[in-house]
Design a protein around this ligand. Structure first.
Ligand SMILES: Nc1ncnc2c1ncn2[C@@H]1O[C@H](COP(=O)(O)OP(=O)(O)O)[C@@H](O)[C@H]1O
Ligand SMILES: [Mg+2]
Length: 313
């Protein structure tokens, strides 16, 4: 559905996107993660036909972005990373204006607009001026705007940037809805864990290249079947050690700072059996907590081969 081959963009001597290869299947929500300057915006603007590749190819919905830009534009909804100023346009007028630009049938516009405003939680803002909306609402309105001509592909450049936690959560809900609607989505962010909650697949972009790609499902399975736990007790460490060592799911232990950190590979049921065993052995527990999984480290570990090879290139 979205396919690039050696896609490259140079600005003078700066190579913003460097022989990028992407292959995103229909119905996939693809998260593109990268630090500032990694080349996310440049990539997405080439995919959106707003900037011309220096070399290489990009094909969306079967259309080449250079050879057939108007067909590409009708296939995509594009949300840029900055929001313009729209004097004296209400939410309703704004959406109608865009739908008109795409030649959407007048009779379709009204119903589609109502549906979309409902989906992004702005049904009660129809006559509000766009400029008067909060940033979070404007960003959600942008998603609705992208969907007015019902494109199969959405290209979203940091839709959650600059939003407070509450608005980020609302945005996540809207983005999850896109997957359910069967859209193919490419969405950028500099925050990996945020994308992991929405995307099916994640690609890390580094200096204009894909450093690693992994399926989120695989990442989450790893992170839920392997947990790092922290235990503190008022009992003799050797007692704690003997109980932990007897449990086949405990793979490593490190006693330090008045407690023990250990890796548990197994289910949550198994983990509660371990807790019961500790109590039965007379261990006076004061704390048993799960250390937050460093999803970034996990991701890089799972994809270290890809990351390593492209680093040298
Ligand atoms: N119009 C431009 N002219 C010159 N350099 C640019 C231009 N746009 C982006 N760049 C450079 O290209 C690189 C990638 O930028 P960008 O695609 O905006 O990254 P990201 O969106 O991941 O933060 C950066 O080094 C940036 O300075
Ligand atoms: Mg950017």
């Amino acid at each position: 559905m979205i396919f690039t081959q050696h896609l490259t963009k140079k600005y003078g001597r700066v190579t913003a996107v460097d022989r990028l290869n992407l292959s995103i299947r229909e119905g996939t929500v693809f998260g593109m993660v990268g630090e500032n300057g990694a080349g996310k915006t440049t990539t997405l603007s080439m995919l959106s036909t707003l900037s011309t590749p220096t070399s290489g190819h990009a094909v969306i919905n079967g259309y080449d972005v250079v050879k057939n830009p108007s067909a590409v534009r009708h296939s995509i909804g594009f949300m840029p990373d900055s929001f313009g100023v729209y004097d004296d346009l209400s939410v309703d007028e704004y959406l109608e204006f865009y739908a008109d630009c795409y030649g959407v049938d007048k009779r379709v516009i009204a119903t589609r607009r109502s549906d979309l405003l409902e989906r992004v939680g702005l049904s009660d803002k129809r006559s509000t001026y766009v400029n008067a909306l909060s940033r979070g609402m404007q960003q959600r309105l942008e998603i609705a705007r992208c969907l007015m001509h019902d494109p199969p592909v959405l290209i979203l450049d940091e839709p959650s940037s600059g939003l407070d936690p509450r608005s980020r959560m609302d945005m996540r809900g809207v983005l999850r809805g896109l997957r359910e609607a069967g859209k193919t989505v490419i969405i950028s962010s500099h925050i990996l864990h945020e994308l992991a909650e929405i995307a099916d697949e994640i690609g890390i972009l580094r200096r204009g290249k894909v450093a690693a790609v992994a399926a989120v499902q695989v990442m989450l399975q790893h992170s839920s079947s392997q947990r790092t736990l922290w235990l503190e007790s008022r009992s003799d460490p050797s007692l704690v050690e003997s109980v932990l060592a007897a449990d086949g799911h405990v793979t490593s232990m490190e006693f330090r700072d008045g407690g023990v950190e250990f890796v548990y590979m197994g289910t949550y049921e198994g983990q509660s059996e371990l807790l019961a065993a500790l109590v039965a052995a007379g261990v006076k527990l004061t704390q048993l907590t799960e250390r937050a999984t460093d999803i970034e480290a996990l991701f890089l570990r799972l994809t270290s081969e890809v990351g390593g090879s492209s680093h040298d290139a």
